[in-house]
Write a protein that binds this ligand. Sequence first.
Ligand SMILES: [Zn+2]
Length: 273
Amino acid sequence: MQEACPNCNTIVSPGQKFCPGCGQKNKLPRITVRVLIKDFLQYIFNAEKGILNLLKGLATRPGHVVTEFAEGKRKKYFNPFSFLAICVAFMVLMNSWIKPYAAISAVPKEYVLDRIPGEETKDIYRLTVKREAQIQGFFNRNMNFGTLITAPFFAFFLWLFFQRRGRNMAETAVAFILLTAFISMVHGVLISPGLAMTRDSNIHSYLTLAAISMESFYYAWGLKKFFGYKTSGGYFKILLVLWLAGLIGMVLILVFYYIYVYHGGASIVLQYL
Ligand SMILES: [Zn+2]
């Protein structure tokens, strides 16, 4: 005897385990505490298995994972956005716990104020200090969202240069997001403690730079197979495009910084620092 699916009303023949219309399991048991617990455990277990699969894959064969994902193996892994959300949440927790970023004081330096002759210039300097601390604070608090903003930016550049390799922009963005999520996780565990320890010394900037360089090697490693390159030439091409995009991004940030923080008073303020 044929029955209608309780979820979407499609007719389901007795032999079918799943509804052909919506994929819901035929013959669902009534919800009981036991079923609830079983479903919950199954969900956690499946999610964990998916995440562990993804983490392991991204650590050992990132090119393979992002390529497989783009080519349709999606159920094997975890949803990339959920994965990114989990990795970013993890990074937020780690960062709010160990505080790896250098804090910038919002208090103007007395000796700089003494050097500045006019009251008007002093005000420009005070505003500069305030805005600098404001921006630094914003980036420290929203570092993780910074990661999210950079993903489309880099994906666009990669697509621009490698569109002939047969990947569209969305596929490129997803590949980049998967790699970014993994990097955030590794960054939170391995790099952030080092950054926190060197917060007040010169090593801090070198360590940041070293971390960013290492991360670009990882991206190139993961994207080489994704863009169908078999030689190291492809690897270096990807690396160059990533660095170019990074450089352009940095210039954009500097321009914004120059306009907003120094608000046209850069030439006046900088000579007294
Ligand atoms: Zn159905």
